[in-house]
Ligand binder design. Structure first.
Ligand code: AMP
Length: 113
């Protein structure tokens, strides 16, 4: 049975996506349904299901995800941005493959909706 996520297929280049940056263990793609003028997803090549399923052994990958996010921002001259990780359906998680949203290019409200 096919149980790979859409992000695994994007990492494997089986599904097209706009890949904006790549490191040894991450890719950065444009979100298909952007919620801000800049909305990209930072995705680990090796799947971790949720931030809540992260184990100690995933520490380096998760650190590298954050580093890829800040590197992407720096490279693109983006100094104000919001990083978001949704965990669980009530929080809006729809793809069960850990990813960080980077949103920028407009004023952000707080608290988030
Ligand atoms: P989340 O709801 O936090 O799990 O985020 C999943 C995100 O993936 C949403 O913002 C979707 O718009 C985005 N998304 C889903 N499929 C694709 C795709 N094929 N290419 C790019 N972004 C996608």
């Amino acid at each position: 049975m096919e149980n790979r996520t859409i992000f695994e297929k994007i990492v494997a280049r089986e599904v097209p996506a706009e890949i904006l940056m790549e490191t040894d263990d991450t890719i950065v793609i444009k979100d298909i349904n952007p919620q801000a003028p800049v909305h990209v997803l930072i995705i680990p090549k090796r799947k971790i299901e949720h931030i809540s399923s992260m184990g100690k052994e995933d520490g380096e990958i998760v650190a590298n995800l954050l580093l890829a996010a800040t590197t992407f921002a720096k490279k693109n001259g983006i100094s104000s941005y919001r990083l978001v990780v949704n965990n669980g359906a009530l929080a809006g998680e729809t793809v069960h493959h850990l990813h960080i949203h980077l949103l920028a290019g407009r004023e952000m409200g707080w608290p988030p909706g």
